[in-house]
Design a protein around this ligand. Sequence first.
Ligand code: ZN
Length: 325
Amino acid sequence: MGKYIGCDLGGTNIKGAIVDSEKGIVYGVRSIPTMAHKGHDAVIDRIAEFFKSMITDSGIDPTEILGAGIGLPGAIDSRTGVSVFMTNLPDHWVNVPVADMIKDKTGLPTFLLNDVNAITWGELKFGAARGCSSAVCFALGTGIGGGIVIDGNLVLGKTGVAGELGHQVVEPHGNRCNCGGRGCLETYASGPAIRSAAMKAVAHGGTTILGELCEYDLNKLEARTVAEAAQKGDQIAIDIYNQAGYYLGIAVSNMIMALEPERVIITGGVAAAGELLLTPIRQVVYERVHVTPLKGITILLGELGDNAGVMGNSMWAEKCLSAGK
Ligand SMILES: [Zn+2]
């Protein structure tokens, strides 16, 4: 128990807050630009200064802040606190000892997680899976990330990259994926996938209000525009979400049959569509899962929204410190 800094490193912004691990209180989330183009050394300096100013401005006695957790957008080794490869950061952060560097600059014991594992851990501690010992999380955004908790522990895998749920195959001869594979969930249910299905429908002259909603500028078309159209009863938009939900349903069924989790959490920007996705997901699960008892398994939206990562990272720092790592 105590106070920890939780921090989310994104390609555009660095977000952070001091979190009280006992009560789940988040003290004023703030963010600064990442300036990723300046390279990892400069960004790590920025994070360290960010932490120091956060502590000073909070008025909290610095000795009460026991550690820090940082979520990174890519592959990391959370046991050693080293970033392995950040696909979306310009210099990719190959084998950078981020945790040690932050500790040297701030004095705070620092621990790393992959960003979606951090969201999963946050939802487990304070959100949609609180009180549960097992959960699976799908975070739907520009890509699709995942996180798995079994027996109260995050499943990290041998090299720390377990839980890439967006790259499970849901259509054997399906779309090509950026990962090099084919038919990955990400190519059917991510923000860009929904957007491109909508663009295709408008370009083909389908009867839809999508064109009107984006003022006939396809660059303005986003997943949330499609959700808005679907909520107004637009059949093409509803079909697009039904298809995304169908493929998510297959992926969720796979996870339920493999792991029998208490909760399946759907979160991230695209999950703002709510029932438009949950209804087809649940329908596919009921149609396809026969061996695993579904009673006691709940499929629901994340509850912490944008704070999930910050909360999860701070709670991860607490867990690592209390485990004496
Ligand atoms: Zn893929």
